[in-house]
Design a protein around this ligand. Structure first.
Ligand code: ATP
Ligand code: FE
Length: 333
């Protein structure tokens, strides 16, 4: 099937075209407007989606060399995400499908992050264990098939991306802080400042303790030396990143062992973190586990992953009707 997919859950407007499971185009317009506010402003995100969506769709069709009449289905992100943002994408997709008289496919954004692994080789085989680390979620998921997934652990407070962004903010780095912290961490000593590793029962995660510990530590140190952060920035970044990686990999490792899974996959925007990629790759080598990390293009929000998920749903006959509406808190299962 030829599928047009729309992603508009947060602050990236994206459209992709997929034919028979092959990605033909994946266009993303990232919204710059939020940087000056140090976080995503929902109202501004909705407006920017409204402005970007039609040009992005036209560009996706053009790059794919596909016309509207070639389409077999229109897919959109139903949730989770910001309601206003989701409304823009879902209304567009529903109207477009109605006008073309084509079926509609509603996609769960967190399933899409995971199924991004199937866009390009190497692809994991079912079942595998996926750690999704994004701006709003941290989830450990057993993926039994494209449609059968089980969340076995998740964060009880901040997401991994938030842990990066909030601690980066305490260090005075620009928003979103994750990539800046990553860059600085490469120059620093990861064991210089020992911060607490969030220890949770089962396979859950917690990052709020780290944020608080960093906040009190910086307050105490800068009271004695106002230049403490500037003088120790690389070591601070390396130590924070190291702590986040330890927190993530401890649960990931235990879940893999307990469930006898030897294929481990990483998904979501934080999968771009160079320290996490390196640590997981090394873990795989030590244990003889196969590690899968998608191309960066398919880790952050993109419609390609929505198209991939929609492809599996099309094959299974899982269509949505015109009455379906966005769900900001849509659960993975
Ligand atoms: P969700 O999918 O949960 O709704 P999202 O789609 O907004 O959230 P993503 O786009 O997947 O989130 O990821 C964005 C997050 O990834 C941000 O918190 C950002 O700081 C973080 N991030 C991106 N690159 C890096 C990096 N190199 N190191 C650490 N964090 C990073
Ligand atoms: Fe996302």
């Amino acid at each position: 099937p030829v599928i047009l997919a729309i992603e508009s859950s947060c602050d990236d407007t994206s459209a992709a075209v997929m034919a028979g499971g092959e990605i033909l185009s994946n266009v993303v317009a990232t919204q710059q407007v939020h940087e000056q506010y140090g976080g995503v402003v929902p109202e501004l995100a909705s407006r920017a989606h409204q402005q970007h969506l039609i040009p992005v769709v036209q560009e996706a069709l053009r790059r794919a060399k596909v016309t509207k009449s070639d389409l077999d289905a229109v897919a959109f992100t139903q949730g989770p995400g910001l309601l206003g943002s989701l409304l823009v994408g879902s209304m567009f997709a529903k109207t477009f499908a109605l006008a073309l008289d084509k079926p509609l496919i509603a996609v769960n954004h967190m399933r899409a992050h995971i199924l991004a692994h199937f866009i390009r080789a190497p692809r994991p085989q079912f079942p595998f264990l996926c750690l999704t680390v994004s701006g709003g979620h941290t989830q450990l998921v057993i993926v039994r098939s494209a449609l059968d997934m089980e969340v076995i652990g998740q964060t009880i407070d901040d997401a991994a991306g938030e842990a990066f962004d909030k601690t980066a903010k305490l260090l005075g780095l620009p928003y979103p802080g994750g990539p800046h912290l990553d860059k600085q961490a490469k120059l620093g000593n990861p064991t210089r400042f020992p911060f607490p590793v969030g220890a949770m029962p089962g396979y859950d995660f917690s990052f709020s303790g780290l944020k608080t510990a960093v906040m009190y530590f910086l307050r105490q140190q800068t009271a004695q030396n106002p230049n403490f952060i500037q003088e120790n920035l690389a070591d601070l970044c390396a130590s924070i990143q190291h702590t986040i990686i330890l927190t993530l990999l401890r649960q990931f490792t235990r879940a893999a062992q307990d469930h006898g899974l030897t294929q481990l996959a990483l998904a979501g925007g934080v999968a771009a973190n160079s320290g996490l990629r390196a640590a997981l790759t090394q873990l795989g080598e030590e244990r003889g586990w196969e590690i899968f990390i998608p191309d960066f293009e398919f880790c952050t929000d993109n419609a390609g992953m929505v198209a991939m998920t929609a492809h599996f749903q099309f094959e299974a006959g899982a269509f949505a009707d015109q009455l379906s509406s966005p769900d900001p808190r849509l659960k993975l299962t």
